[in-house]
Design a protein around this ligand. Sequence first.
Ligand code: DLL
Length: 434
Amino acid sequence: MSKKYWDEKFETMPENQMKAFQVEKLKETLQWVYDRIPFYKRAFDERKLKPQDFQKLEDLAKFPFTVKTDLRDNYPFGLCAVPISEVVRIHASSGTTGKPITGPYTQDDLEQWTECMARGLWAQEVRPDSILQNAYGMGLFTGGLGFLQGAMRVGCAVVPSGAGMTERQIMLIQDFGTTALCCTPSYCLTIIEKAENMGVDLKASSLKTGHFGAEPWTVEMRDEIERRGGIHAYEHYGLTELMGPGVSFTCEHYNIHINEDHVYPEIIDPDTLEPVDLGQEGELVFTAVQRRAMPMIRYRTRDICTLRREKCACGRTLVTMDKILGRSDDMMIISGVNVFPSQIESVLMEFGELEPIYQIRLGKKGYIDSITVETEGKPALYASGKEKIAELAKQISAKIQAVIGIHVPVSILDQGAIERSIGKAKRVIDERPK
Ligand code: DLL
């Protein structure tokens, strides 16, 4: 019988032991960054803090945050604690504006990352006899190589198909007998839609599991992928600054467990910057527990989330996080109401006539911000005539108003009008003059 956990010791460690482990490792990490990274020495000194002021987990709240601009200001290696001779890999985030965020790894960092990925994939039914098609972007993006390493550690057959060339992805699934598909959820939907158009029924294929992440997606979107793809849709979460994917993963009960022996999570109120309790929503902050090349201290992710410590039926004791509601950068303020794209996505997904594809267009009419939601229908909708389409658009708009409290016009565009995603879907198009 195959083992239940990849790393039983850490995955099922009692909370008090895990806390003791984190304290010991974090003491070392705080000393490590203080001694080796001038940015952290300065930041600690300014607050009259020494690494020794950290003796218990609550003490971490005294230490300063690290934010994205700190990484930009110290680009490319200003926050690196080791000489380049000890760095064996450098990843970078895509970064839509300006310079990217760098993610250097020592050999040991790479090893830790690989183990975190193997843990997640193992929890998600990947086994040595699996055939895993890795359709995350291969390259600077941490998705492709992160999944490759974890899957190789598990010992399954990896097909590094990379992102894009969707017809070929479908051919590989069919010809190779792929059992596990790794990509962004939006790209999975692109693959599903293309397969349907090609007359290929993925539900009848060898595909059993999906390992999705790198972008926010709602439970409703997950249900749609499971239904149309005939797979169990698992999730991974992570960011370049902390290691890439591998920060957390879902178990069979859809709970997202954080690898807290590697990343110590906190939730803060983004306005007061004070820590908030378990079960309360706020901004996710992570501290690297044992990385060595570029350990982040209290890194503000901008991801809005809730942490929970509830008994999970899978037996893992690792703390769980809710699905990410969205990035605070993506939060829109419309007529004074805070709205995340995921809230609009949840409403759209209730309408079976629609393809799970949408974008939110922000503009300005005079001094007033305007917003439109654009989506597409399934083929049957277009056959039902223009009036039906217009009627449906009104219904959706009314439902959005009922849920988020503001009027948002909805346009159902022609089939194929919205660009299909092969990586992270762009949900918000901001056309407001800067
Ligand atoms: O997206 C790492 C990754 C690759 C995660 C593959 C999972 C799978 P970055 O490009 O640095 O790294 O982007 C990190 O993506 O702060 C979140 O805003 C978002 N994100 C990542 N995973 C999820 C997820 C990778 N499961 C940023 N749900 C993060 C929601 C996610 N958002």
